[in-house]
Write a new protein. Structure first.
Ligand SMILES: Nc1ncnc2c1ncn2[C@@H]1O[C@H](COP(=O)(O)OP(=O)(O)OP(=O)(O)O)[C@@H](O)[C@H]1O
Length: 644
């Protein structure tokens, strides 16, 4: 039987394609209009650039690419030589170029995209950022004394999502598997029954699992097509997935594990590795955590037994290449080039064989959602696809691995922030005359697969993890009551934990014996200020929208950090977060100089992290009636993950 909200598959794919196109266009135009209309400082404040950099080192990285290391220019750097606040992340596509100066500034910025060196960010540290330059630019390296780096729109991920949606669009109804039919509501999920759900216990590999975690694993194992594991902050979602993967292996099933970001996937690789099972991590080694590189396909194709057949040819190619230099006769050289061409072909074929042997013999393959669509997995079949952080991923992205699946387990929390969407059109499709033909009205990119399935099939397809291991009971109370129907329980290990209980000496004061403290900034002494962003003025409403700051509140935050540090709490254990970039810019530098080791960040950027003490600067304070709180009104933004 089909649920009443069944979705027409071609219309779904067509609408997704239209939404993705609008999103890509808005990303492209936002980036180029920002770049050509604003100053480097304003771009930096918008999180799109890092200014005043110098080249610290340059070397050849994996795949023969030139990797440049860029650090802060010592003339302008903060005392601790850390990079300023920025929004550049591993995997971003960037341009590195000389800082524009004086009267030619505007023209130089406009020509940035064509004249600078393009590359991919491979690592981001506190004092440096590493960029693997594209081949064309890598040969010349980066020139200039004072450099800057600017983030560009990334259309690579869109290409794969588009291909995936086009495949879905063209699929004939008789090609739909029962899995696809369930995911679009053309039929209901098979009923989950049997011992696994309610009866005899499994042999648990990790005996410390709590009841809600065990229940979720039993349910995920017993479901035929789809299971959602709902993991509120700190409830051990990843912990649960590791046990689930091991249990699936015990049943001799093949598993593909994906997440929206490299870090979400590496997190699982790190925790699976000690179990000594054959795993392969797909993805460019430069983007992986150092601790997981040995499991990457690239490294395995050089070190595993299966790699021997490739090494022979590689050696022969090296010998031939060396002999070219010694040969004077043109004819002989030509012959060697001919041999090399054949060898290269042979090399590629053997490498392909080696890759398919490696993947074929691995019971668990891990990749980002995007990476799961590469040629390496083209002919592979998996029994189960697991997607972690599923509520942070666009639905089209999830379909990259799902087109090859017959069962999916999604883990996530739809009550935290969804993926960031830029284009207005992507937030809701507008039914416009003829170009809206075949589009599903009201569909948005913000609706994730997790949300859609919950709406389609109800809470019966979901199990929730309810014990959290992160927050004091009093901090947990608010998110639990407001968002999780009061279902969260604090584990004994954290429910009464205070700052004075830290494993080093901390004095007892009000600040260290109370888990939750509010500072009231009403009454006009803490006025909020709208930052007249250059970005807003020149490029229309920029990505920051109208950013806000509150100087008095920043001073109060600093005082509170001082009080905490005076009791003995280490700055490394403290984070200051705020929803507004302008406030972050106002506070971060001063706080970092006064308290080296402290972490400052935006609420959106900090989601998923933890610290012993977290200070939240909410900024908004005005006399409007009712008071205006702007985008803080979004409940999911208030649902941070904090501990104290
Ligand atoms: N059954 C358990 N017994 C004891 N500690 C646990 C248990 N499950 C999880 N934890 C602990 O809780 C913390 C959070 O676990 P984990 O990182 O798996 O959670 P998560 O839900 O994936 O986190 P996030 O909220 O970042 O998504 C970890 O320190 C983990 O060791």
């Amino acid at each position: 039987m089909a649920p009443k909200d069944a979705v027409d598959v071609p219309s779904f794919a067509t609408t997704q394609l239209a939404l993705l196109e609008a999103e890509l266009q808005s990303e492209l135009s936002e980036t180029s209009s920002l770049i050509s209309n604003t100053s480097p400082t304003a771009l930096q404040r918008a999180g799109l650039a890092i200014t005043n950099l110098t080249l610290t080192s340059q070397r050849t990285g994996l795949g023969g690419k030139t990797v440049v290391e860029l650090g802060p220019d010592s003339a302008t750097a903060a005392k601790d030589n850390e990079l300023p606040e920025h929004g550049v992340r591993t995997g971003d596509i960037v341009v590195v170029s000389e800082m524009p100066s004086g009267s030619a500034r505007k023209r130089e910025i406009r020509e940035l995209e064509t004249k600078g060196s393009r590359g991919v960010v491979t690592r981001v540290g506190q004092r440096a950022v590493w960029v693997a330059l594209d081949e064309r630019d890598g040969e010349e390296g980066v020139g200039g004394k004072r450099l800057w780096l600017v983030k560009l729109a990334n259309d690579v991920t869109y290409k794969r999502m588009n291909q995936t949606m086009q495949r879905l669009q063209k699929m004939k109804p008789d090609e739909y598997s029962s899995f696809v039919r369930v995911l679009f509501g053309l039929t209901t999920p098979s009923p989950v029954s049997g011992d696994l759900v309610d009866g005899t216990d499994l042999e648990w590999i990790d005996p410390s699992l709590n009841d809600s975690q065990k229940d979720a694993i039993r349910f995920a194992l017993a479901s035929k097509e789809v299971a959602l594991i709902h993991g509120p902050p700190g409830t051990g979602k990843t912990h649960t997935l590791i046990e689930l993967i091991l249990q699936l292996l015990k049943q001799n099933l093949r598993v593909l594990v994906c997440g929206p970001s490299n870090i979400s996937v590496d997190n699982i690789v790190e925790r699976l590795a000690p179990h000594k099972i054959p795993i392969v991590r797909l993805g460019h080694p430069a983007r992986l955590l150092p601790s997981v590189v040995n499991h990457s396909l690239d490294v395995l194709t050089q070190t595993s037994d299966a790699a021997a057949i490739v090494q022979d040819v590689r050696k022969e190619m090296d010998t031939k290449q060396a002999s070219i230099r010694k040969t004077k006769s043109g004819r002989e050289r030509k012959a060697i080039y001919g041999d090399l061409k054949d060898l290269r072909k042979e090399f590629r074929e053997r490498e392909k064989k080696c890759i398919s042997t490696l993947i074929g013999t691995s019971k668990v393959v891990l990749a980002t959602l995007h990476g799961a669509g590469g040629f390496q997995t083209k002919d592979e079949v998996f029994d189960v696809v697991i997607i972690d952080e599923a509520s942070q991923a666009l639905e089209a992205q999830c379909w990259v691995p799902l087109l090859r699946a017959s069962k999916v387990v999604l883990a996530g929390d739809h009550l935290q922030l969804p993926p960031t969407i830029k284009s207005l059109n992507s937030k809701t499709t507008k039914a416009k005359s003829k170009d809206s033909d075949g589009l599903i009205k009201g569909m948005t990119l913000e609706t994730t697969l997790f949300d859609r399935l919950l709406r389609l099939h109800g809470t019966g397809i979901k199990r929730m993890l309810t014990t959290q291991y992160r927050m004091h009971e009093k901090i947990m109370r608010f998110p639990s009551d407001e968002l999780y129907e009061s279902k969260l329980v604090a584990s004994d290990s954290v429910k009464a934990r205070l700052l004075r209980d830290l494993p080093y000496e901390v004095k007892e004061t009000e600040d260290t014996t109370e888990p939750l403290i509010f500072f009231d900034t009403q009454g006009g002494d803490f006025p909020e200020k709208s930052e007249e962003e250059e970005i807003d003025k020149k490029a229309g409403k920029g990505m920051m929208g109208e950013s806000k700051s509150n100087e008095m509140e920043a001073a109060l935050v600093k005082q509170h950090v001082r009080n905490l540090v005076d009791t003995g709490v280490k700055p490394d254990d403290i984070a200051v977060i705020t929803p507004y970039n302008a406030q972050l810019a106002l506070m971060a530098r001063e706080l970092k100089e006064a308290f080296p080791g402290i972490e400052c960040g935006s609420i959106d950027g900090f989601q998923g992290r933890e610290k012993e003490a977290v200070i939240v600067s909410l900024v908004r304070s005005n006399s409007s009636s009712p008071p205006e709180v702007g985008f803080l009104g979004e409940k999911r933004r208030l649902n941070g993950k904090i501990s104290s």
